[in-house]
Design a protein around this ligand. Structure first.
Ligand SMILES: [Zn+2]
Length: 175
């Protein structure tokens, strides 16, 4: 469901006053900073934002960013699938001072010359929403690889799966 309808830049004031919707997909590999911290840059980010002017005349966008990404398991350094679904309530402001005066329900996005670079905004929202550390379920993890991948890894002992807990998980596995 990719399309070319997403603009590179947009003017939130225009979008809000006309109550426009931004909707479309962007390949993950377009986000350089984000790709660098993920295990893979395969896939797409879907963006859906509805713009409006609220009762206090703020320029608002609500909606979501969704994507399936591969984060890095901190135990075996392998990829872990992670479903991202970020709900957004954004308020577009001219500077940091305006941002401080916003109600807490809104995340501020500072406009530059009245415009916002869509990819930068989306990328920052995704990075903020990523799990700080990610691990496989123990049964899906391959921690023996970690000895080679990272010799300085000093995860606490109780983080390491043992054969008995894996057995217990297999026995307890739900259908
Ligand atoms: Zn793992």
């Amino acid at each position: 469901m990719l399309n070319d309808a997403l603009p590179k830049y947009f003017d939130p004031r225009k979008y809000a006053s006309q109550e426009l919707t931004l909707e479309g997909g962007v390949p993950l590999k377009n986000f350089k900073e984000l790709s660098a911290i993920l295990a893979s840059d395969e896939g797409n980010v879907l963006i859906h934002l509805n713009f409006r002017v609220d009762e206090d005349r703020r320029y608002i966008a609500t909606g979501s960013i969704t994507a399936q990404v591969q984060v890095v398991c901190q135990r075996c350094m392998g990829p872990v699938p992670h479903d991202l679904a970020v709900d957004l309530s954004l308020a577009f402001v001219y500077d940091e001072d305006h941002a401080k005066n916003l109600p807490e329900i809104y995340d501020p996005v500072v406009m530059t010359d009245g415009e916002v670079i869509l990819a930068d905004m989306v990328e920052q929202e995704i990075i903020l929403a990523l799990p700080i550390v990610a691990y496989h379920e123990e049964s899906g993890c391959n921690p023996t690889a970690v000895k080679y991948a990272s010799s300085t890894d000093d995860a606490p002992d109780d983080e390491k799966p043992n054969p008995f807990s894996i057995l217990a998980q297999l026995k307890a596995k739900k259908s």
